[in-house]
Design a binder for this molecule. Structure first.
Ligand code: AMP
Length: 459
């Protein structure tokens, strides 16, 4: 399909100017196919994965329709996880930064209730949240949905998998029938169809199966004899490609733990990410992976959903996904935005299942030979960065600039040795080059930060 410019749409000039400053020149396929209908106030069902540009597709629709003179919530976006909700809210704010005074509020579980009630009293235009918490607000009467003109269900399949069906029914029942409903989902099980029938009006269906072609993702398959060989194969592939950031997919939470442990035992820098982790540990794991202090993240499909990493160098399927759609979704996490990525899959499945998968991805699957065992003698690569946790955050009025300033001040480290900075409510994380660790610790802990001394530790 030919690429089309956003300027071919009837978008508000401020939104268009902002898109070009963001470097969004052409529409992605999902945007091209869905935006005209979204802007015409039609209901749309779209099949799009993370990375397809789906957030901007519905985000631009919401922003274009917003009436700043009207009080109360005008749009509700429901997401399965807090990580996704945060990511979606961030993208909407970015897209809408050329419109003055828009308020986008996230309401998710796992966060204190009181401050959310306070924020709701200050009139938000757009709410992004998880179904459970939105349902709680409705039942306590702390939020009203009677002014909503757009409802978005993002990753609807995951919301159902996570048991949010009842919460969704309760929420939808409180939104005016006269509205636009947009539904995004990576897969289309029968349950999604029945929800769509119930809550949508003559939806346009848009399908974009893959955002990649073979030139951006290299896919390899390796047939495995037994589970012991599986771990060796994983080590060999890591040592051969030496990727800076790798996502390893497992089918169970338990397995994410054992694989991460085994990799660590073999000297790799690896952590597990799964739904059993406490929210704080999950945040910390994601921060360390996205700021390149950890090279390998071993995750389940659900846990990996919220991960916001622009370009993963490699995705390795420790086990083949349960269904072909999930397989495509997994490997779509690498090679984003035109950068080259590698996807390796280890399998022991019977030929019938592999033929099915091959048919789905449009190629014959042939097991390749694993790299030579000689590679196991090689040095293990280490991440270039390490993370420092600072005992102060947004509530202590710390800003990224303060942290960067303290690190790079007199006798400090160089700006290029500082990586990502993540600010949380009561603490902050900053990535620094391993070589610069000692000086960085000293600069941060010795009262260089806003004239105060904060607790700093390497994690
Ligand atoms: P999403 O699928 O919504 O998670 O978006 C994936 C990434 O693509 C996000 O980082 C967006 O900021 C970016 N993006 C979305 N639309 C465009 C576009 N038309 N051109 C360039 N980047 C885009």
């Amino acid at each position: 399909m030919n690429q089309q410019a956003f300027s071919s749409l009837k978008l508000h000039p401020n939104l268009l100017t902002n898109l070009s400053t963001l470097g969004y020149d052409a529409m992605t396929p999902i945007q091209q196919q869905s935006l005209p209908a979204i802007l015409a106030d039609k209901d749309v069902i779209a099949q799009g994965q993370t990375g397809s540009g789906k957030t901007a597709a519905f985000g631009l629709g919401l922003l274009q329709k917003l009436n700043l003179k009207q009080h109360g919530i005008q749009a509700l976006v429901l997401c399965p996880t807090r990580e996704l909700a945060d990511q979606v809210a961030k993208e909407i704010r970015k897209l809408g930064r050329s419109i003055a005074n828009i308020k986008v509020l996230t309401l998710c579980g796992g966060m204190p209730f009181g401050p959310q009630v306070g924020s709701l009293e200050h009139d938000a235009h757009i709410i992004v949240g998880t179904p459970g918490r939105i349902e709680d607000h409705l039942s306590r009467g702390t939020m009203k949905l009677n002014g909503i003109s757009t409802l978005v269900l993002d990753e609807a399949d995951r919301m159902l998998e996570m048991g949010f069906q009842n919460a969704l029914d309760t929420i939808v029942a409180q939104i005016p029938k006269q509205r636009q409903t947009l539904l995004f989902s990576a897969t289309f099980p029968a349950k999604i169809e029945s929800i769509a029938k119930k809550i949508m009006r003559k939806p346009l269906i848009v399908q974009v199966t893959s955002t990649h072609d073979d030139s951006t993702i290299e896919q390899h398959f390796y047939r495995i004899e037994d589970d012991e060989q599986r771990m060796t194969a994983l080590r060999l592939l890591l040592l051969k490609h030496r990727p800076e950031s790798t996502l390893v997919f497992c089918n169970t939470k338990k397995e994410t733990e054992s694989v991460a442990q085994a990799l660590t035992w073999h000297g790799f820098s690896a952590l597990a990410l799964n739904g059993d982790l406490e929210q704080r540990d999950r945040d910390q794991t994601m921060v360390r992976f996205t700021n390149k202090s950890i090279s390998i993240l071993v995750a389940t499909d659900v846990a990996a959903r919220g991960l916001d990493v622009a370009a993963l160098d490699a995705v390795i399927n420790y086990h083949i996904a349960q269904d072909p759609e999930t397989h495509v979704h997994r490997i779509g996490r690498t090679g984003r935005a035109g950068s080259k990525g590698i996807a390796c899959s280890l399998y022991r499945e019977n030929p019938y299942r592999m033929t099915m998968l091959g048919d789905y991805i449009g190629r014959e699957i042939k097991g390749e030979t694993l790299p030579s065992l000689e590679l196991l003698k090689q040095d293990i690569f280490k991440p270039t960065m390490t993370t420092l946790q600072i005992g102060g955050g947004k509530k202590q009025k710390l800003r990224p600039g303060d942290i960067l300033g303290a690190l790079t001040g007199e006798h400090g480290i160089e700006g290029k040795q500082v990586g990502k900075i993540h600010l949380m409510d009561n603490w902050a994380y900053v990535a620094v080059h391993r070589d610069a660790l000692k000086i960085a610790m000293k600069k941060l802990s010795e009262g260089q930060l806003k004239g105060r001394s904060f607790r700093v530790r390497q994690i």
